[in-house]
Design a protein around this ligand. Structure first.
Ligand SMILES: Cc1cc2nc3c(=O)[nH]c(=O)nc-3n(C[C@H](O)[C@H](O)[C@H](O)COP(=O)(O)OP(=O)(O)OC[C@H]3O[C@@H](n4cnc5c(N)ncnc54)[C@H](O)[C@@H]3O)c2cc1C
Length: 746
C-alpha cells in the first residue's frame, strides 16, 4: 500500500454519478449544523478567528451562517462526491450566493477542519502542493481511526504522508476477523455511537455496509429469569434520576477530597444511595410516629365517646326514674340540669365521634400505604441496581471507583443512535482507505521519536525482521494510545522513547489521564440459541445477565450479537477477569448462559476468543477515561505539539485520548485525526484562503477538467514554496499562469 496520492486516487468509479441538491429549508440547515456538531445559529469561536469580518456586522454573520449551513447540507446530502463552491452556490438563493469568495472560503475552511469532503468521495478538484517536497513530508505513527483520518485529510491538503504501523494490520483498537466458518468476531470497538452527530454516519453513507441498531436496555435476566418490565422501569427511573443528580452536582462545584483528587463516580453514587436510604428511613420513622400518634388519638377519642355515652345514658336513666317517681314535679332545676347533662353529652359525643372518625380514616390510610424501611432490598434489588452501574462501567471502560464523578458516559455514548455492522467496524475503516494508495508500512514498530533536531524529526522503526531504520520527516503525528504513552514516560522498554523526553507538563497530563480496560469473551456456536434480532427489524441483539457479585457487575453480564450471526460477545471491564485463564473465563460465561438458556446452550462453543488488550504492546488498554486526577486542561496538554529547536511545531498528537468530548470512541479518534491534520495545515499552509474556482464555474468551466485550488493569500516564506514557485509570484487573484500549474501541483 504505497505510492504518492494524486487527485485521481480519489476518483472512484463506483461512487460517481450521484446528483446533489438537498431541499434546503431552515430545519434542514439546522439539522446539517447539528450533524456537524456546530451551533446552527451562531459562529463558533474558531470560525470567528478565521473569519474576522464576522465581528463587524450582524448581517455578515447571517450570510456566513446561511452559507456555512448550506455547505454542510450540500455535503451531507451526497457525501460520495466532493462538495465544491459551485455546488453550494447552486443551493443558495440569490442574492446570498453572490459572494463567491466567501462561499469558496467557507468550503475551504470546512474541508480543512474535516467537516466536509472527508473520508471516501469522488474528488473533482486537483490537490495543490504548497510546500517543497522535504517540507511537506509527514509521518503518522499508527494506522488506527485517528491515523487514517489524519492521513486522508493531509493528503488532500497537499502533504506527503507515510503511516508507520507496528501491527501487521490497520485499524488499531478496531479489529474484526473471520472464524474458520466465516463468522465475524470483533475484538475491539464494535458499536458506533451517537450516530446522529458523528462523522462515522458520513463514512457509512460513503461505503455500503449492513448496519443494525443497538438498544441498550433490552432483556435483563436475574438468576436466569427475565425481569418484568415494571421492575426494569423502576430501576431505570431511579438510575436516570441518580445520574441526573450527579450531572447537576457536577455543574455546581468541584468535588475533591483532602488530597485534591476528584470524588469517584462510585462514591458519588454511594453518597446518593446513602442519602436515599437515609431519607427512606426518615420517612419510615415519620410514618411509624404518625401511626402511633393516630392510634393513640383514636383510642383516646374512643374512650371519650364511651364515657360520654355512659354519662348521657346515666343522666337519661336518672331523669326517667325521677320523672316516674314524680320527684321532679317540684324540682324543675334538677330536671333542667339532667336534661342539659344529656344534651351536652350527646353534643360532645358527636364532636368526639367526628374526631374519632377522622383519626380512624387517617389510621386506615396509613395502614393502606405502608412505608418501606429500606430504599433498596439488599439482595436482588441491589444487584440489579448495581448492574446499571456495571453498564456504565462498560460504557466508560473502567471501574467506577477509578472514574471521576463528573465523567458522564451519556455525553458521548449512552443516548442517541447506536449501530453495529455485520461485517465489523474494521471493514468500514478498510473500505475508507481502499484505493487511496495510502503509504502504510505495516510491521514497522516505532521505537524512538527524536525531535532534538533543528527543523525535522527522526523516527526510528524496528521492522519485523528486527532491522532498525531511521526515517526523517518535517512533521510527525503520534496516535500512540494513552496506554502506550504511559509506558513511554515510565521508561518501559516495550514502548517508544521520545528524544528528548516529553516536557514535564505533558508527562503529567499523560499520567493524569485514565487508561481503561475492556476485554471481550467472544463465543462462536453452531447455531444461535438466543433471540436474535431479525435482519428485517434491523436490530442488534443485546441482553444482560445480572451478576450476583457487585465486584464483577461489569463483567460477563452484557451480551451482544448481530442478526444472522452465530457469535455471542460478552465484555469484561477493568481488572476483574484480567488474570483469569481463558478456559476459566469461557466456563464462567457458559455457566451464565446455561442459567438463562438451559440445555439450548451447548456445553462447549465451536470456537472462543478472549482478548488481552492490557497486554497488547500497541495498546496497553482499551481507551482513556477521566480518572480522579484528570483535569479538563489535560486534554489540551495531551494534544499540544512538541517543537524542534527552530521553534516550530513538529510532533503533533492525535488519538481518542485527545478528544475531550468523545474520548474512548471511534468517532473521537477519527475527529482527533482530522483536528491534528487541520492544525498542521493551519500552521504550515497558513490561514488565508483565496480561491477563484467558484468564479471559473460561473463562467462555465468544467470542474472535472481540473481546477487549481490555491490555499494561500500572502507570500509564503522562501524555502517553504513548491519547487520553482516565487514568493507570491505568478499568483494573481488566485489565478495561476498555465506554465506554473504543473510545477506547483507536482
Ligand atoms: C474492547 C474494546 C471495545 C471498544 N468498544 C467501543 C465501542 O463500542 N464504541 C466505540 O466508539 N469505541 C470503542 N472502543 C474504543 C475505540 O476502539 C478506540 O477509541 C479507537 O479505536 C481508538 O482509535 P485510535 O486511532 O485513537 O487508536 P488505535 O486504534 O489504537 O490506533 C493507534 C495505532 O497505533 C499503533 N501503534 C501503537 N504503538 C505503535 C508503535 N510503537 N509503532 C507503530 N505503531 C504503533 C497501534 O497498532 C494502532 O494501530 C473500544 C475499544 C476496545 C479495546
Amino acid at each position: 500500500m504505497s505510492s504518492e496520492a494524486t487527485s485521481s486516487d480519489y476518483v472512484d468509479d463506483e461512487l460517481r454519478g450521484e446528483d446533489f441538491g438537498p431541499s434546503i429549508d431552515d430545519n434542514a440547515l439546522a439539522a446539517a449544523a447539528r450533524q456537524a456538531r456546530l451551533p446552527f445559529d451562531r459562529p463558533t469561536e474558531h470560525e470567528l478567528a478565521f473569519f474576522p469580518e464576522l465581528w463587524e456586522h450582524k448581517t455578515a454573520v447571517e450570510v456566513f451562517l446561511l452559507i456555512r449551513n448550506s455547505t454542510l447540507a450540500t455535503w451531507q446530502y451526497n457525501p460520495q462526491k466532493e462538495c465544491t463552491a459551485s455546488d453550494v452556490r447552486n443551493n443558495i438563493f440569490p442574492p446570498f450566493n453572490s459572494d463567491l469568495d466567501l462561499i469558496q472560503n467557507v468550503v475551504h475552511f470546512l474541508t480543512r477542519h474535516g467537516l466536509i469532503n472527508f473520508g471516501r468521495y469522488v474528488r473533482s478538484t486537483r490537490i495543490t502542493r504548497f510546500l517543497v517536497r522535504d517540507r511537506r513530508k509527514v509521518i503518522i505513527i499508527g494506522a488506527g481511526a485517528a491515523g487514517i483520518s489524519a492521513a486522508i485529510q493531509l493528503i488532500s491538503t497537499g502533504f506527503d504522508v507515510t503511516i508507520l504501523e507496528g501491527r501487521g494490520r490497520i485499524g488499531g483498537r478496531v479489529h474484526s476477523f473471520k472464524t474458520k466458518s466465516g463468522q465475524v468476531m470483533e475484538t475491539g470497538g464494535d458499536t458506533l455511537r451517537k450516530l446522529e452527530d458523528s462523522p462515522m454516519t458520513t463514512l457509512l453513507h460513503q461505503v455500503s455496509l449492513e448496519e443494525h441498531g443497538v438498544y441498550d436496555y433490552t432483556t435483563i435476566y436475574v438468576d436466569g429469569k427475565p425481569l418484568n418490565d415494571d421492575k426494569i422501569h423502576i430501576f431505570l427511573t431511579h438510575y436516570e434520576s441518580a445520574k441526573g443528580a450527579l450531572n447537576w452536582e457536577a455543574h455546581q462545584r468541584e468535588h475533591r477530597d483532602e488530597n485534591g483528587l476528584f470524588v469517584s463516580r462510585q462514591r458519588a453514587y454511594e453518597n446518593l444511595m446513602n442519602l436515599s436510604e437515609r431519607s427512606t428511613l426518615i420517612k419510615y420513622f415519620n410514618h411509624c410516629k404518625s401511626l402511633e400518634e393516630v392510634a393513640r388519638a383514636r383510642e383516646k377519642h374512643y374512650n371519650q365517646m364511651k364515657n360520654l355515652r355512659n354519662t348521657a345514658l346515666m343522666a337519661e336513666n336518672r331523669l326517667k326514674k325521677l320523672e316516674e317517681q314524680g320527684l321532679l314535679d317540684n324540682d324543675p332545676i334538677m330536671r333542667r340540669s339532667l336534661k342539659r347533662d344529656v344534651a351536652t353529652s350527646i353534643q360532645k359525643f358527636d364532636e368526639v365521634s367526628n374526631a374519632f372518625e377522622a383519626a380512624d380514616n387517617h389510621w386506615k390510610l396509613l395502614n393502606e400505604h405502608p412505608q418501606a424501611k429500606q430504599f433498596m432490598h439488599p439482595g436482588s434489588d441491589f444487584n440489579t441496581y448495581n448492574f446499571m452501574l456495571g453498564f456504565e462501567e462498560y460504557l466508560i471502560g473502567a471501574q467506577l471507583e477509578k472514574v471521576q464523578f463528573s465523567c458522564d458516559s451519556a455525553v458521548n455514548k449512552e443516548h442517541g443512535v447506536a449501530a453495529r455492522l455485520t461485517e465489523g467496524v474494521a471493514e468500514l475503516l478498510l473500505r475508507i482507505t481502499q484505493r487511496r494508495n495510502l503509504d502504510i508500512h505495516l510491521n514497522h514498530k516505532v521505537v524512538d521519536i527524536d525531535y532534538s533536531g533543528v527543523d525535522d524529526v527522526k523516527v526510528k522503526v524496528q521492522k519485523k525482521d528486527g532491522e532498525i531504520e531511521e526515517l526523517t520527516a518535517a512533521i510527525v503525528i503520534s496516535t500512540l494510545p494513552i496506554g502506550v504513552l504511559k509506558k513511554s514516560i515510565s521508561g518501559d522498554a516495550r514502548a517508544p522513547t521520545f528524544t528528548p523526553p516529553v516536557p514535564a507538563e505533558k508527562a503529567k497530563s499523560i499520567r493524569n489521564m485514565g487508561s481503561g480496560l475492556i476485554n471481550k469473551c467472544i463465543l462462536e456456536f453452531d447455531k444461535a440459541f438466543w433471540a436474535t434480532g431479525s435482519r428485517a427489524n434491523n436490530q442488534s441483539t443485546q441482553f444482560v445477565t445480572v451478576s450476583p457479585n457487585i465486584r464483577t457487575r461489569g463483567s460477563l453480564s452484557i451480551w451482544s450479537s448481530t442478526p444472522g450471526s452465530k457469535v455471542l460477545t460478552t465484555y469484561m471491564v477493568g481488572d476483574s477477569c484480567k488474570d483469569s485463564p481463558d478456559d476459566v473465563i469461557i466456563q464462567r460465561a457458559l455457566q451464565t448462559l446455561h442459567k438463562v438458556f438451559g440445555n439450548n446452550c451447548p456445553r462447549t462453543p465451536l470456537s472462543a476468543h478472549i482478548t488481552r488488550w492490557h497486554e497488547d504492546e500497541f495498546a496497553f488498554g482499551s481507551g482513556s477515561f477521566m480518572s480522579l486526577r484528570t483535569e479538563k486542561s489535560d486534554f489540551d496538554e495531551l494534544m499540544k505539539p512538541l517543537k524542534t529547536s527552530d521553534g516550530k511545531n513538529r510532533v503533533y498528537f492525535a488519538g481518542e485520548h485527545t478528544s475531550s468530548s468523545y474520548a474512548a470512541t471511534i468517532q473521537g479518534a477519527w475527529m482527533s485525526g482530522a483536528r491534528a491534520a487541520a492544525d498542521i495545515a493551519n500552521d504550515y499552509v497558513g490561514f488565508g484562503f483565496v480561491d477563484m474556482s467558484g468564479t471559473k464555474n460561473v463562467k462555465g468551466e468544467d470542474e472535472e477538467g481540473g481546477d487549481m485550488h490555491i490555499d494561500h493569500d500572502g507570500p509564503l516564506p522562501e524555502g517553504m514554496l513548491a519547487d520553482g514557485q516565487q514568493a507570491n509570484g505568478g499568483v494573481v487573484n488566485g489565478e495561476i499562469p498555465e506554465a506554473k500549474k504543473a510545477k506547483i501541483d507536482n
